[in-house]
Design a protein around this ligand. Structure first.
Ligand SMILES: [Zn+2]
Length: 295
């Protein structure tokens, strides 16, 4: 049985309507935007004993504020336009804003950086999502032969973007709410991203998390050999992120995601632990975020 976690209010349902494809050609007019809707749920918000009441402890003094900085590289215009016109980040921000109290505004900035990696910048209280990210993801997925149709490419790119955004949101929450973290923060915020999606309670949202896993699997598959940096990097290996996320999604609903876990080749030794692992992950994040949940 799904635990009555109010974190579910962050993302109760996610609906992806992918039409057309982000094919990287720059032909924006041929691509219909994907629409992602993050909807509040009231049904799981009324829980029993769990976290302390939020609003009497923590004032909601801030929001995620999405901004779009004009790009200067012509090849990135399509991707910048896609992020803006799809409303993807705005809808995710809306869902978070109505669910989590923040002490101050956190900027979500779509801006060119010269690097494909989204990141959270504590000094600026900003989550930066570069259009280079979307270009990179598009190129990686298109070249993977894992997905066939343009619509499948777009769906995987959009789902991966949702996952990495929620990952960066995790970094922002750790900083803004001064949350304690033991172990690797990178793993902890992968756990949060997975839990937000898994707790949405829909197969589609779970699939979005699995798409995030698949993306890390693709990155891993494109690495030719390990370098020392792979081991001292603050992130776990992409292979590990792939299997971890699949384990947690599976653990959130073993019956629903048994096929995906089997297809991924997750071994029985780990599979039998995933339900407890997921419950531990959820419990930790619920405890941490409980005072700040407003929905
Ligand atoms: Zn990170």
């Amino acid at each position: 049985m799904r635990s009555p976690l109010r974190l579910a209010a962050v993302a109760a349902s996610i609906t992806l309507v992918a039409a057309g494809c982000g094919g990287g050609s720059g032909e924006a007019e041929t691509h219909a935007p994907a629409t992602v809707t993050v909807v509040q749920t009231e049904t799981v918000a009324q829980t029993e004993t769990v976290a302390p009441g939020p609003s009497e402890h923590v004032a909601d003094a801030g929001d995620l504020v999405v901004q779009y900085v004009p790009v200067t590289t012509p090849e990135l215009q399509f991707y910048a336009d896609y992020l803006a016109s799809s409303g993807l980040l705005q809808q995710l921000a809306d869902g978070i804003n109505s669910s989590i109290a923040l002490p101050r505004d956190v900027i979500v900035s779509v801006e060119e950086t010269g690097s494909p990696s989204p990141f959270y910048l504590p000094a600026a209280s900003a989550i930066v999502v570069p259009p280079e990210w979307l270009a990179f993801a598009d190129q990686l997925v298109t070249g993977s032969e894992l997905v066939g149709t343009p619509e499948e490419v777009e769906a995987l790119v959009v789902a991966s973007t949702i996952f990495v955004f929620l990952h960066e949101l995790g970094h922002a929450l750790v900083d803004q709410l001064d949350l304690p973290v033991t172990g690797k923060e990178e793993d902890a915020v992968d756990q949060l991203a997975t839990a937000i999606l898994a707790e949405a309670g829909t197969e589609l949202a779970g699939q979005v998390a699995l798409s995030g896993a698949l993306f890390f699997g693709l990155v891993a598959a494109n690495r030719e050999e390990f370098a020392a940096a792979d081991f001292w990097d603050e992130h776990s290996l992409n292979e590990q992120r792939f299997y971890n996320i699949i384990c947690w999604v599976y653990g959130s609903d073993p019956a629903l995601f048994a096929d995906e876990a089997a297809q991924a080749g997750l071994g029985e030794d780990r599979l039998v632990r995933c339900q407890d692992e997921y419950a531990q992950v959820m419990g930790a994040w619920e405890t941490l975020l409980g005072p700040y949940l407003t929905a």
